[in-house]
Design a protein around this ligand. Structure first.
Ligand code: AQP
Length: 336
C-alpha cells in the first residue's frame, strides 16, 4: 500500500524553540515511519519580516540540522530548502491570481504581525499564506502537521485548492485537498513571560521562550524568571491560570510522564518546588538533541548532501504539479 504524503516546514527566522518542537517537529518524528515525508526550511517565508541577509543562509542550515538532531531520518523523509526549488515561487504567483484579496486580509497572523511590524509591512506578509498553500499543494500532500496557530492557514490552503479545482480542473482535479494534523498536547505552547501569548521566535524578549540550543544555565535562568502566580498547588484545569497550565504541559512533555502522573505529582507543590523539576526535565530532554546537532554541524558536506538529495527528490514532484497547473490555466508550452 502506498503511504500517505506529509509536508511541513519551519521558517529560519531565529532559533527553534519548544513551541516549534512540541507543536510541530515532535509530530513529524513520531509519525515519520507511517508516511512519505517532505520537510522543508521555508526561507522564502522568512523574508516577509525584516531580515538580515548575513544570517539567512546559515539560519537555514541550522534549522535543517535541527530537524536531523530532533530525530528526522533521511530513510523516511526528504529534507530541503524551499528557495532551492523555483516552483514554490512560481506556483505562488499562479495561486495569487485565484485567491480573493479579502481571504488574505482576514488572516489573524497577518493582522497580528502587521501590528508588530508597524510601518514595515510588505506585500509578502499579506501573501504569506498563499506561499504556504503553494508549498503544500505542489507536493499533493495528504496531511500537514502544524501547531494550532497555523490552522487558519491550512483552512485557506484547502479553500484555494478547492477553488482552483472548481474553476479550472473540474473534470480532473489538479490539487489534492490536504488535512491538518494537530497534536492534542503541545499544539499551542505559550510564552514564559505571558501565558496568554504563544511562544514565538519573533518575541523581542528571549526570556519568553526556551530555544532548543539554550545552555543548561540559560534554561535554568529562564525558568527561574518565568511568570507564575501566587497560588499553591498546580493543576491543568484552572482556566484562569494560563501560566500554570502551560508550565505543567511543558513538564509533562519534557519528562515524558503521563498527564495523570504529573497531575498527582504536582497537585500540592509550590512554584519553588516545581521549577527545579521542570528545569531538570527540560535540560535532560534537550541534551541528546544538542549533542546530535553539534555532530551534524561539524560535517557540512554531509548536511549539504542531504539537502541536495532532498531537493532532487522533492523537485520532480513539484515540477510535475506545476506543469499540470499551467496546463489547466491554459498557458502555452514552449516549442509546441
Ligand atoms: N507556540 C507554539 N506552540 C505550538 N506550535 C508552534 N509553532 C510555532 N509556535 C508554536 C509551530 O511551529 C511551526 C513552525 O512555525 P514557523 O516558524 O514557520 O512560523 P510561526 O508559526 O510564525 O512560528 P514562530 O515561532 O511564531 O515564528 P515567528 O515568530 O518567526 O513568526 C508551525 O507548525 C507552527 O504551528
Amino acid at each position: 500500500m502506498t503511504k500517505k504524503r506529509v509536508l511541513s516546514g519551519i521558517q529560519p527566522t531565529g532559533n527553534l524553540h519548544l513551541g516549534n518542537y512540541l507543536g510541530s517537529i515532535r509530530n513529524w518524528v513520531e509519525h515519520q515511519q507511517d508516511y512519505e515525508n517532505y520537510f522543508c526550511v521555508v526561507d522564502l517565508h522568512a523574508i516577509t519580516a525584516p531580515h538580515d541577509p548575513q544570517t539567512l543562509a546559515e539560519n537555514s542550515y541550522t534549522i535543517a540540522a535541527l530537524y536531523l538532531a530532533c530525530g528526522i531520518s533521511v530513510e523516511h523523509a526528504s529534507i530541503f530548502i524551499q528557495s532551492h526549488i523555483p516552483a514554490h515561487s512560481e506556483l505562488t504567483w499562479l495561486l495569487n491570481c485565484v485567491t480573493p484579496l479579502n481571504w488574505l486580509q482576514d488572516m489573524i497572523q497577518f493582522k497580528e504581525k502587521a501590528i508588530k511590524q508597524g510601518e514595515n509591512v510588505n506585500m509578502g506578509l499579506l501573501d504569506y499564506p498563499v506561499l504556504m498553500a503553494a508549498d503544500i499543494l505542489l507536493y499533493q500532500a495528504d496531511k500537514v502537521p502544524v501547531g494550532e496557530d497555523q490552522k487558519q492557514h491550512l483552512e485557506l490552503t484547502r479553500d484555494i485548492a478547492a477553488r482552483f479545482n472548481h474553476q479550472f480542473a473540474k473534470k480532473n482535479p489538479v490539487f489534492k485537498v490536504p488535512q491538518a494534523l494537530i497534536q492534542t498536547d503541545g499544539a499551542r505552547i505559550m510564552s514564559l513571560t505571558d501565558g496568554t501569548r504563544k511562544m514565538s521566535k519573533s518575541d523581542s524578549s528571549d526570556l519568553s521562550r526556551i530555544n532548543l540550543l539554550d545552555s543548561p544555565e540559560l534554561i535554568q535562568k529562564k525558568i527561574k524568571k518565568c511568570k507564575t502566580d501566587l497560588e499553591r498547588g498546580l493543576t491543568f484545569e484552572s482556566i484562569d491560570r494560563p501560566e500554570c497550565r502551560n508550565l505543567l504541559t511543558l513538564y509533562m512533555l519534557m519528562s515524558g510522564k503521563p498527564k495523570e502522573t504529573v497531575a498527582i505529582e504536582c497537585q500540592d507543590l509550590g512554584w519553588g518546588q516545581f521549577k527545579p523539576l521542570l528545569t531538570e526535565a527540560t535540560i535532560e530532554h534537550l541534551r541528546p538533541i544538542q549533542a546530535k546537532y553539534q555532530a551534524v554541524m561539524t560535517d557540512r558536506t554531509y548536511l549539504e548532501s542531504i539537502l541536495s538529495d532532498g531537493k532532487n527528490q522533492a523537485e520532480s514532484i513539484a515540477n510535475r504539479t506545476l506543469t499540470e497547473v499551467k496546463a489547466a490555466l491554459g498557458f502555452s508550452v514552449p516549442g509546441t
